[in-house]
Design a protein around this ligand. Structure first.
Ligand code: SF4
Length: 298
């Protein structure tokens, strides 16, 4: 779909799996952090905010080509970090051209959320920006420090609660195996703790595979990070789900990303027992010492 759009993108362009039907509009290029050790998505790009006239021009071209999108996703890696003037002008243009738009989404870092005021975030949600995707990755400070995520678990928690208070739906992503074998236990405990405290409306797991050329891959090659076996990955997922409580609101849970070994989905806490039971089965049916196959496309 990307290549049929009437506008040009500075590639590569990424979006969350659930935004596969959305019109993608680049508001920023690259990622303002661009330091996470496992991530190679925007290493080829120099971070910058796109001029508002270019963004408006892209939107106008889509409108003139007859598009009538239900959803729009603002790219790239953390477009919520763009200045308020850019975001407000973009959202107003979207409202003008596509008055029936159902929602606009964006990737956000905890930093992006914390540096905006509540009034600013509320203004953005009132203009239609109503879902933010946050890469939590882990709720453990040691792991967050090791992967150079740029924010502590407390900042992740504060940012999550803040953006929910301001009218956004929050979609949180955690990475199975990101702490390696050494930090698996604390990764489980910290992630369960933050999930219980924040109850994002959507929660998903990705599985960590080290990407050649990244610092994370180098650490793995040096033996500083030991990747988890299939059984250990299932155990992490099982323990995180089992140890979390979902009391603030229902959480739509997905572990169906291409990186995950088996798809799993449900609504928590309603399906929590069933999911934990299913994971127990997977754990007991999986032999020791077997590693998950690397997905072809991530
Ligand atoms: S914040 Fe996201 S996009 Fe940016 S480097 Fe980290 S993982 Fe990659």
């Amino acid at each position: 779909m990307l290549f049929n759009f009437p506008i040009s993108y500075e590639e590569p362009v990424y979006r969350p799996p659930s935004e596969w039907r959305s019109l993608l509009i680049q508001v920023t290029i690259g990622c303002s952090n661009n330091k996470c050790t496992y991530c190679d998505m925007y290493r080829s790009k120099t971070y910058r905010v796109k001029p508002i006239e270019q963004i408006k021009e892209d939107l106008r071209k889509c409108y003139q080509s007859g598009m009538s999108p239900e959803k729009i996703f603002l790219c790239d890696g953390d477009a919520l970090g763009a200045p308020m003037e850019t975001l407000v002008a973009t959202l107003e243009e979207i409202k003008k051209l596509f008055p029936n738009i159902r929602r606009v989404g964006v990737y956000a870092t905890a930093e992006n959320i914390l540096e905006k005021t509540e009034d600013e975030l509320k203004l953005l949600s009132s203009l239609g920006l109503t879902i933010a995707y946050l890469g939590l990755e882990s709720g453990d400070d040691k792991v967050l420090h090791m992967i150079v995520k740029g924010n502590s678990s407390k900042e992740m928690e504060d940012a999550s609660l803040k953006i929910k208070r301001c009218g956004f739906k929050l979609s949180t992503i955690a990475m199975l195996g990101v702490g390696g074998r050494k930090y698996s236990k604390q990764h489980i405990e910290g992630t369960a703790k933050i999930l219980s405290a924040t109850c994002p409306e959507y929660f998903s797991f990705l599985t960590t595979f080290s990407v050649p050329g990244t610092p994370y891959h180098k650490m793995e090659q040096m033996g500083l990070i030991e990747p988890l076996t299939s059984k250990e990955l299932f155990t992490e997922m099982h323990d995180i789900i089992e140890q979390s409580s979902f009391e603030l609101n229902p959480v739509i849970f997905r572990a169906n990303h291409v990186s995950n070994q088996n798809p799993l989905a449900g609504t928590l806490p309603r399906d929590q027992k069933g999911i934990v039971h299913k994971l127990k089965e997977w754990i007991s049916n999986t032999p020791d010492g077997v590693y998950p196959p690397r997905p072809h496309q991530m």
